[in-house]
Design a protein. Structure first.
Lengths: 277, 351, 288
């Protein structure tokens, strides 16, 4: 027996708005607006202040003075160089470690993960304390000169980046199911260098970029370790600026915020699901 | 515990202009087991969710035991639902999960405990009361989900593809369990599945759906042996189709190539029309013992255990025959010429 | 019975890949911690002693630890609660996907925006001549006259929340996503109102995550140095500032005590991380 499929005259009912859902939406908006106010007002106030450097005029004078300041570019570039060095160092150490621990030495994973979490257990101020005491006198003297301290600084930054770098690379390896891919590649005849070059690294690009950008954001404005190692990087520069000038610090805060936004925004962009690499 | 009387009248659901369910009419008797069967996207789950109250119908009425529940909230309908993913609350033990609906209804703890014990016995898991869901196997979790839905003594039981996440063997066991419990409690049940074997084995009646439309409603035997549409015929069970032309509609005579075949079913088309002759594989035999005989060559032989599936190429197409296995059976070989035959009452014509 | 049993051989090659990691960590993470631990157990004459730890009860140290603990507890609680509400609003409050992804990106930025720029931004907002301070004065309310100051406890709390709340949001969003829609529907089907669902299912399931992250927040605030330094210049008692001062010059007049203070901080952070890991594992078990 067949059912007649001619449509009955239909009255489309207006969707009934569930009152509970509407009420909770109201609360959600209230909370969001409260949060937005809290986060945006300080930024707005700082930006507003930064525009008032020239008396009676709203302009970017503060920014001009900032970028013209004798110490701005030197300290900024020094921080950038430090960051890049720390990132490279961290990558060279972490990527093979993560790969090895995933594929060849899974039993070591808890130990490695524990170590990568040490920067959370040893805050920066304690770490720099230990570094100075450990490397402050012979035979391990590294704090004697500015440059040797700088090397120590870069190594410390690399170590501080371990939690983020390792988690990023580890997630990346897991997402690409590195074991299965490696086995597939090997069974198709690829040698190890090919596996690394054509299978592992291309699929890790996003994870590596995320880790690098996070590390960059952390290093660029870092104050604690740089301060106690007497390094003239961007962090101490900013601290000095806050004590010595009136308008430039506001421009500096906005610039710093913009920088962080670019770094994190790039991460968000590259880690968008479904993005074609 | 017997179920209520469920009726869906003109139920329709649109999502952003796309019609998911188009005019669904059904009356379910108390204690009846009805399956909604169809491929993914046919609207069966959407219809179920409308009965449960998780989707609002764009049009139509849903009545349960005489009461209009079309716009009632899901927590007011006294319907029990079993989800495909079990949906057991991970922070509660098995007993607490089962007792959840009873706690909401503020039954006292003695009554709750009694009911929980009753249900644990019903699902054959009497000593798992204190276990947590993640300690149980998939089949056990699904049974607990069933017990949880039944605890509140619902008028209607809804199951949304409850067995599709389970291994084949567990699926068979649990299928029998579900039917046994349903019969024992005599509870009206709606069961959604894409597995036609499940639908046929479990149901009093089957609703076959496709693209939001009800293709056919009937008992499993009817659906299988008298499919109303081409879709039902090919979705439920295996189907053979031969292109033939009508010789004499009243006498049921058709021509396949050079051979004349007869069917006892109604042929309304005039002579000369190209139609399809349909028959089920199990009605075919590899000899000339039945009325309609065709000559052909064996193209493939597949041993499936209890069934031996033989594909035979004939002049106008290919026929698949399902033969029962016998220990002393001599399997045909690929390339053998053979005759293949079927009775006149086993086939029917579709335009 | 059985073939020859090969004695386990030490495959040096297998360890090659992780050797740099261990060496580096030993030099720059473990080493510094060990030297501090060792020195903290050293008495003035070089013998091993626990005196330094006993001396932790001196006023300066207790004041610093007490203030740090109060600050961390407050920001963890307030940041945790508001962070949870914000995460809820943005994921389940029906505000739209673009607001949610905007919130996620912003949280990533804000949680890294600590230190000098953050302190500076708040000084410009709520400092003695800050924009909002002036606004309030213009509206008739003397902020600093009423006792508030940015450079003491409540001011610091306000500033710390700027990176505490986003951290809570970032961790809690995936947890809220893990709340399966099926659970809500099953609860509704069994007769529960939304409030009953939250009370009996959603909150209990989320609790390990919420508590664990609050503990993470506690540790985060406890170990923060740059922001407090930039804001106060080290003028108020805080554990991290005390350690900083100890590095520059022995303000405690007792080097051993200085090391003990540092190790005390490590100890507290370690407890936080351990409790967080335990709760995190439990939450992952339920939320997948």
């Amino acid at each position: 027996m067949t059912i007649s499929t001619t449509p009955l005259p239909v009255e489309v009912e207006a969707p009934v708005a569930k009152p509970a859902a509407k009420r909770s939406r109201l609360w959600a908006w209230l909370i969001f607006i409260a949060g937005a106010l809290y986060f945006l007002v300080p930024l707005g106030a700082t930006f507003w202040w930064s525009l008032r450097a020239e008396a009676g005029v709203l302009g970017f004078e503060a920014y001009r003075r900032l970028f013209d300041d004798a110490n701005f570019w030197p300290s900024f570039t020094e921080s950038v160089v430090n960051a890049v060095a720390a990132i490279l160092l961290s990558l060279i150490i972490i990527v093979p470690t993560a790969y090895w621990v995933t594929l060849k030495l899974p039993r070591l994973r808890p130990v490695v993960e524990f170590i990568t979490l040490l920067p959370f257990v040893i805050p920066a101020v304690v770490l720099v304390f230990g570094l100075i005491r450990l490397y402050g006198r012979p035979p391990l003297l590294l704090t004697a000169t500015y440059d040797s301290s700088r090397v120590l600084l870069i190594c410390a930054y690399a170590a501080l980046s371990f939690p983020y770098m390792f988690r990023s690379v580890d997630n990346g390896l897991r997402a690409m199911d590195v074991r299965t891919l490696t086995e597939a590649a090997l069974s198709l005849g690829a040698g190890w260098p090919t596996v690394m070059r054509r299978v592992i690294f291309p699929n890790l690009r996003v994870a590596l970029l995320s880790g690098a950008l996070l590390t960059f954001a952390i290093v660029i404005g870092e104050l604690t370790i740089a301060l106690f190692m007497a390094q003239q990087t961007f962090g101490p520069y900013m601290a000095n600026l806050t004590r010595s000038k009136v308008y430039e610090p506001s421009a500096m805060a906005i610039v710093a915020f913009a920088l962080t936004w670019v770094a994190m925004g790039t991460i968000a962009l590259v880690t968008r699901p479904g993005r074609r690499r | 515990m017997s179920g209520g009387f469920l009726s869906l009248e003109g139920v329709r659901k649109e999502f952003d202009g796309v019609v998911a369910v188009d005019t669904f009419d059904l009356e379910v008797e108390p204690g009846e087991f009805v399956s909604f069967l169809g491929p993914s996207g046919c609207g069966k789950t959407t219809t179920l969710r409308m009965v449960a109250g998780f989707e609002e119908p764009t049009a139509g009425t849903i009545r349960l035991a005489g009461k209009d529940v079309t716009n009632a909230k899901p927590n007011e309908r006294n319907i029990g639902m079993v989800f495909q993913s079990y949906a057991l609350f991970p922070n509660m033990t098995v007993s607490e999960n089962i007792a959840f609906g009873l706690r909401i209804r503020k039954e006292d703890s003695a009554a709750r405990q009694e009911r929980v014990d009753e249900l644990l016995a019903l699902i054959h898991l009497p000593d798992k009361g204190k276990a947590y869901p993640n300690e149980l196997s998939g089949g056990q979790q699904q049974r607990v989900a069933l017990a949880r839905a039944l605890a509140i003594r619902p008028q209607l039981l809804l199951l949304d593809e409850p067995l599709s996440a389970l291994d084949a063997k567990i699926r068979d066991e649990l299928r029998a369990e579900i039917r046994r419990i349903q019969r024992q409690l005599n509870i009206t049940t709606i069961y959604v599945t894409h597995d036609q074997e499940e639908a046929l084995a479990l149901s009093d009646r089957v609703v076959v759906m496709s693209k939001g439309l009800m293709e056919q409603v009937g008992e499993p035997f009817e659906i299988y042996n008298n499919p109303a549409t081409g879709f039902v015929a090919s979705f439920v069970g295996q189907l053979n189709r031969l292109p033939v032309s009508v010789i004499d509609g009243e006498k049921g005579l058709v021509r396949a190539g050079q051979t004349e075949l007869r069917t006892t079913s109604l042929v309304e088309s005039p002579a000369g029309t190209e139609v399809s002759l349909m028959m089920r594989p199990e009605e075919l035999t590899l000899d000339a013992s039945e009325e309609n005989v065709l000559d052909g060559t064996v193209e493939s032989v597949t041993f499936l255990g209890s069934i031996v599936r033989v594909q035979v190429g004939v002049s106008v197409g290919r026929l698949t025959a399902d033969l029962f296995n016998e220990r002393l059976l001599k399997l045909p070989e690929v390339g053998d010429t053979t005759q293949i035959s079927f009775p006149a009452h086993a086939c029917w014509v579709m335009v | 019975m059985g073939g020859a049993r090969r004695p386990p051989r030490f495959h040096f090659g297998r360890w090659l890949g992780v050797l740099p990691f261990f060496i580096f960590s030993g030099l720059f993470l473990i080493g510094p911690a060990v030297i501090l631990a060792y020195r903290s157990l050293e008495g003035p004459d070089g013998t091993l002693t626990l005196d330094n730890y006993r001396a932790l009860t001196t006023d300066t140290v207790m004041a610093a630890y007490g203030a740090s603990i109060r600050l961390s507890l407050t920001t963890a609680l307030v940041g945790g609660i508001f962070g949870f509400l914000l995460a809820w609003a943005v994921s389940m409050g029906g505000l739209g996907r673009s607001l949610r992804s905007g919130m996620t990106t912003f949280s990533g930025v804000a949680s890294n925006f600590a230190g000098v720029p953050l302190a500076a931004a708040f000084i410009f907002t709520l400092g003695r001549v800050g924009v909002i301070t002036d606004l309030l004065t213009w509206m008739g309310f003397d902020l600093y006259g009423s006792g508030f100051t940015l450079y003491r406890f409540w001011g610091l709390t306000l500033v710390y929340l700027y990176f505490q709340i986003p951290l809570m949001v970032l961790v809690l969003l995936p947890a809220l996503d893990g709340l399966k829609q099926d659970w809500r529907e099953a609860a509704e089907n069994l007769g529960a109102t939304p409030r009953q669902y939250w009370r009996r299912v959603a909150f209990p399931v989320l609790l390990p995550s919420i508590l664990g992250t609050m503990i993470l927040l506690f540790g985060n605030a406890f170990g923060a140095h740059a922001t407090a330094y930039a804001l106060t210049g080290g003028s108020i008692p805080l554990a991290t500032l005390l350690i900083g001062q100890q590095i520059s010059g022995d303000v405690l007049n007792n080097p051993g005590l200085g090391y003990a203070v540092a190790m005390g901080m490590v100890f507290i952070m370690a407890i936080c991380i351990v409790i967080y890991s335990i709760l995190q594992r439990r939450s992952e078990r339920w939320l997948g």
